[in-house]
Design a protein around this ligand. Structure first.
Ligand code: AMP
Length: 364
């Protein structure tokens, strides 16, 4: 059954979420605001979203009994975690459970090579790239695309993991070993001036809403800071809007989608990747927009009208990574700072433990 065949979900309905991390937790908070319950499936018993869920299913993502339970409870199912096995969504769909966004969007986003090919076919520009299945392919890519190149595993990488720069042909064997000798992609450098992202949503009826662009700063491959709305000219804005609208339509997408962009010196935008879910670079909307990305996602998948995306403040969002979360008392005392903590017990290095949104009034 297609999603559009369902009437809008009434308050009191249950939203199933695959993945119980902070994104699932903030989705659950938004769902509660609109009168929905959530059922969460995550293998970790103390996952951040489990504690907010009406039903916490502690099981592997490919556990057929757990997926059947989720399908029986939920009126619509979504995911907050990109590495959900595609087979899990197929099993849910085969049981008649509506899933949004659809499995195709997830499958494409899970494979960097398929994703780049899809983006180019859809008319969204990317860096030049080549398929890599061994050191010989890396050597050929260095010949064809120039140097340096960034070698990324096709699947499973996130936050800069599984990525290595290569400059010299002689390093091909070592670099391929370093990424785990797995199928990979070679990418030309993006030569970007800034990293931007656009968070957009598409409703079940095809209605589209876009948030203002965000400017993102990474450290060690992890998002550190987002400033939004980003200062961008009309040309950049028009490109971002066209890219987001094209992808939402090409994927027949329902829900929130994030597109990571590189802005080059000449003002051209390239797409780095898209995330078929709510996104860290959209956390500023929690305090900076009338309806935030989490509520927008719930509205979209529930078949409700999309909410307004106007900014109501300028926001600088900073992730609290690892031990930084220990600063919570000082941060909570800052008057223009909104503190979001994810309820994770152990502050391991590189782990996203929370974020702060620092607000300033919009100019003009
Ligand atoms: P990704 O995992 O693809 O989102 O990459 C993580 C970060 O690595 C990006 O946010 C960029 O800062 C950087 N990066 C990724 N791809 C490229 C590229 N082709 N050229 C330059 N920097 C890149």
């Amino acid at each position: 059954m297609t999603l559009t065949a369902f009437p809008p979900l009434a308050p009191g309905s249950t939203i199933g979420v695959l993945g119980g991390g902070q994104l699932g937790r903030m989705m659950a908070m938004a769902a509660a605001r609109l009168g929905f319950d959530v059922a969460v499936l995550d293998p970790e018993p103390d996952a951040p979203a489990h504690r907010l869920a009406a039903e916490a299913i502690v099981a592997a993502y490919d556990d057929p009994a757990a997926l059947t339970r989720l399908a029986s409870l939920a009126d619509v199912i979504t995911f907050e975690f990109e590495n959900v096995p595609a087979a899990a969504l197929e099993l849910l769909t085969s049981q008649g459970a509506p899933v949004a966004p659809n499995g195709r969007a997830l499958a494409i986003a899970q494979d960097r090579l398929d994703e780049k090919r899809f983006l180019n076919d859809a008319g969204a520009p990317t860096v030049a790239f080549a398929e890599v299945n061994g050191p010989a392919d890396i050597r050929a890519a260095l010949e064809k695309l120039g140097r340096p190149l960034l070698i990324k595993t096709r699947r499973g990488g996130y936050d800069g993991k599984g990525q290595v720069w290569i400059e010299h042909t002689e390093e091909a064997e070592a670099v391929f070993a370093e990424i785990g000798a797995r199928p990979a992609i070679a990418e030309a450098p993006a030569d970007f001036r800034r990293e931007l992202s656009v968070v957009a949503a598409r409703g079940r009826d095809g209605e589209i809403a876009l948030y203002p662009l965000a400017e993102n700063h990474h450290e060690g491959g992890i998002l550190r800071r987002t400033a939004a709305p980003a200062q961008v000219g009309p040309r950049v804005l028009a490109q971002a809007e066209r890219i987001a609208a094209t992808l939402l339509a090409a994927l027949d997408y329902v829900g929130v989608l994030a597109v990571e962009l590189f802005e080059r010196d000449d003002g051209r935008l390239l797409v780095n990747e898209f995330a078929p879910r709510v996104h860290n670079s959209g956390h500023w909307t929690l305090d900076g927009c009338e309806v935030d990305q989490f509520e927008q996602h719930i509205r979209a998948i529930a078949g409700w009208p999309l909410g307004p995306t106007h900014p109501i403040a300028r926001v600088e969002m900073t992730n609290l990574i690892g031990a930084e979360v220990g600063e919570w008392a000082r941060l909570a005392a800052e008057p223009e700072t909104r503190l979001w903590l994810y309820g994770k017990a152990e502050a391991r290095p590189s782990r996203k433990m929370g974020h702060v949104n620092r607000l300033t009034p919009l100019r003009g």
